[in-house]
Design a protein around this ligand. Structure first.
Ligand code: UDP
Ligand code: MG
Length: 139
C-alpha cells in the first residue's frame, strides 16, 4: 500500500463560494503535487456509497443532500506522508475546532458544510481515488 497519495474533494460550498483557486493555492503551497483532478457532480447513489460508513449516523441524509447539490472538485494528491499531512492542512471536521490557518478554519461554514474532504487512511485514499478516477486519468 502506497503512503504518498491522498484523495480530496473541494465540497459544493467551496465551489459555490468561488474558493477553488484559494484552496488549490494552499494545497500547492503545502507541497502536494496534483496527480488527478476534475470538476464533477456526485449523484445520490455516488454520495450514499462514498459515505456508506456513516449510514447509521443522524447526519447521513443531510450529508448526502449537501454533497450532491452542486459540483465538487475531486483530486488525487501526492506527497510523502500524504494522508496525515493533508489532514493537518485541512484541520478538524468542525471548523470551530480547526487550527488557525487550516483550510477548514479559513473556508468552512459549519461541521456539516466544512469545505473540503481528506482521506483518513492509505487504504481509504486508494479506495476513494479509484471511486472517482480511472487509471488513465492519473498523471
Ligand atoms: N459531518 C456532519 N456532522 C457531523 C460529523 C460529520 O455533517 O457531526 C459531515 C461533514 O461534512 C464531514 C463528513 O460528514 O466532513 C464526514 O464525517 P467524518 O467524521 O468522516 O469527518 P472528516 O473525515 O470529513 O473530517
Ligand atoms: Mg472522514
Amino acid at each position: 500500500m502506497r503512503t504518498d497519495r491522498t484523495f480530496t474533494m473541494l465540497k459544493p460550498d467551496s465551489v459555490e463560494k468561488g474558493y477553488i483557486g484559494a484552496i488549490l493555492e494552499k494545497i500547492n503551497a503545502a507541497g502536494f503535487k496534483i496527480v488527478a483532478m476534475k470538476l464533477t457532480q456526485m449523484t445520490r447513489r455516488d454520495a450514499m456509497k462514498f459515505y456508506e460508513v456513516h449510514k447509521e449516523r443522524p447526519f447521513y441524509g443531510e450529508l448526502v443532500e449537501y454533497m450532491t447539490r452542486g459540483p465538487i472538485v475531486a483530486a488525487i494528491l501526492e506527497k510523502e506522508n500524504a494522508v496525515a499531512d493533508f489532514r493537518t492542512l485541512i484541520g478538524a471536521t468542525n471548523p470551530a475546532e480547526a487550527a488557525e490557518g487550516t483550510i477548514r478554519k479559513l473556508y468552512a461554514t459549519s461541521i456539516g458544510e466544512n469545505a473540503i474532504h481528506g482521506s483518513d487512511s492509505d487504504v481509504n485514499a486508494a479506495i476513494e481515488g479509484a471511486f472517482h478516477f480511472a487509471g488513465r486519468e492519473l498523471f
